[in-house]
Design a protein around this ligand. Structure first.
Ligand SMILES: [Zn+2]
Length: 51
């Protein structure tokens, strides 16, 4: 098995939804996002980018 770097939260919640790493461009919060319309959980901004 390959082990990718940075999988701090390797939670196998569902196994279907692609969880990606995002970073908020407004507050620089880093978080896991699921789906297409991802908003920052810290400041609710949608100005986020995949990291
Ligand atoms: Zn934010």
């Amino acid at each position: 098995m390959m082990c990718s770097v940075g999988d701090a939260f390797d939670l196998d919640l569902d196994g279907k939804l692609p969880v990606k790493d995002y970073v908020c461009k407004d507050c620089e919060n880093k978080f896991k996002g699921i789906g297409k319309n991802v908003a920052c959980p810290s400041c609710q901004s949608k100005n986020v980018a995949e990291s």
